[in-house]
Design a protein. Structure first.
Length: 194
């Protein structure tokens, strides 16, 4: 009888192997507050191409599974929040070279991010990723399209397995939060925007 039970349970252990689970890695915006910051008295914009906003990626998780998410779409609010913490007004640009829009909003700088992500799990059985990496490259151009500032950074999150089991996207959320907090700090220190 025990042998039959073992034979019946073995397939259940592998159910879901190779699946791609949908998660949402949007970080908590209240974690991106900036206290004591004197805003730079300039308007800025940011541009994320529509195809990037629609881009869904898959990265590894535990148990042989993967997770899928939209890195640009799910980080846009964080980018907007960080820029709003630092500058007077922030606008999402319909295109990076829309001179009429840029002039009408008195935009001094346009930020363009490039985001690459990866994930993994320290568990061979639990699929939510416990480890997540975000590489964020960001450049800023002036109204003429000339690059005036750029930076590259890498942020990570390494979460406990019980925590990621409760919130499957936790490692991704924390890694994005860390990336955008670092970006905010670098923008604040940049003399190019003063």
């Amino acid at each position: 009888m025990r042998s039959l039970f073992r034979l019946a349970i073995i397939p259940l252990l592998f159910v879901g192997l190779g699946c791609a689970h949908r998660i949402d890695i949007t970080p908590a915006l209240d974690a991106l507050n900036a206290s004591g910051v004197t805003k730079i008295d300039k308007n800025v914009g940011y541009y994320i191409a529509p195809e990037k906003l629609a881009q869904e990626v898959e990265t590894p998780a535990g148990g042989g599974d993967k997770v899928k998410y939209f890195p640009y779409k799910e980080s846009e609010a964080a980018l907007n929040k960080v820029l709003s913490n630092v500058f007077r007004e922030v606008f999402a640009l319909p295109s990076p070279d829309n001179a009429e829009f840029i002039a009408s909003k008195n935009i001094s700088y346009i930020f363009v991010p490039t985001i690459t992500t990866d994930s993994s799990s320290r568990s061979s059985w639990i699929w939510p990723p416990s480890d997540f990496t975000v590489s964020l490259d960001c450049k800023a151009t002036d109204g003429s399209g000339r690059v005036v500032w750029e930076t590259s950074l890498k942020a990570e999150a390494h979460e406990r397995l019980p925590d990621v089991y409760r919130d499957h996207a936790l490692a991704g959320k924390v890694a994005l939060q860390n990336a955008f907090l670092e970006l905010q700090g670098r923008i604040l220190k940049a003399v190019e925007f003063r």
